[in-house]
Design a protein around this ligand. Structure first.
Ligand SMILES: C[S@@+](CC[C@H](N)C(=O)[O-])C[C@H]1O[C@@H](n2cnc3c(N)ncnc32)[C@H](O)[C@@H]1O
Length: 191
């Protein structure tokens, strides 16, 4: 029994070392299924965040890439989509090429919970409530003052949004969509 207790920490350390050597990090798994944000809602999210050519938009869980592709196509912003599903990454890259914005956007096959958020000026989310809450400390500690966070349908609980907008548009799950906007700044809660 005692011997087994001594062995486990060694196993954990060896596993982490082998992940590191293999260039991998432990994944948080799929935090939300692929459900696309309707195009009109995408556009309202980006307008609410006042996205412009100087922005770098990170979509965490980018699905078919529509948010960063729209940010580039309509507002001239740079964008990075992070997606765990390789087939969706492939499709997003094809769509970016067709939309003529490949020079502005890229898609990375990365776990959204391990992304360095500090280069982003706008972060977009359409996940689930639990994933938003798990991301919240990272958003608050890594984003710079003035950065915006926009979430489709899910809140950050007691972190009050600076704007809330409702949009009615045919969607995969429902037709009434709520968009929440937060600005990183003096009034933001502690991470
Ligand atoms: C509800 S969809 C939103 C897609 C897109 N952002 C949109 O609004 O149209 C959520 C996406 O997050 C991806 N996802 C879930 N867990 C993830 C993780 N740990 N890392 C990266 N992507 C993840 C899913 O594969 C899915 O494509």
């Amino acid at each position: 029994m005692k011997r087994r207790q001594r062995v486990w920490p060694v196993v954990v350390v060896l596993t982490v070392i082998s992940w590191t050597l293999a260039g991998c990090t432990p994944t948080h798994g799929k935090l939300a299924p692929f459900v696309p944000t309707p195009q009109g809602v995408v556009e309202t999210m980006l307008k609410l965040a006042e996205v412009g050519p100087g922005d770098v938009v990170y979509d965490l869980g980018s699905g078919d890439g529509r948010i960063v592709i729209t940010a580039a196509r309509m507002f001239g912003a740079k964008g990075v989509g992070f997606e765990i599903d390789e087939a969706l990454i492939q499709g997003a890259q094809d769509s970016a090429r067709r939309a003529g914005v490949s020079h502005l956007v890229e898609f990375r096959n990365e776990d959204l919970m391990t992304v360095d958020l500090s280069p982003a000026t706008v972060v977009t989310l359409y996940l689930v409530q639990d994933a938003n809450l798990r991301l919240r400390p990272r958003l608050l500690s890594q984003l710079r003052p003035g950065a915006r966070v926009v979430s489709h349908d899910y809140t950050m609980e007691d972190w009050a949004p600076s704007r809330v907008e409702r949009v009615r548009e045919l969607g995969t799950l429902h037709d009434d969509h709520t968009i929440y906007l937060w600005r990183i700044g003096a009034g933001s809660p502690r991470p």
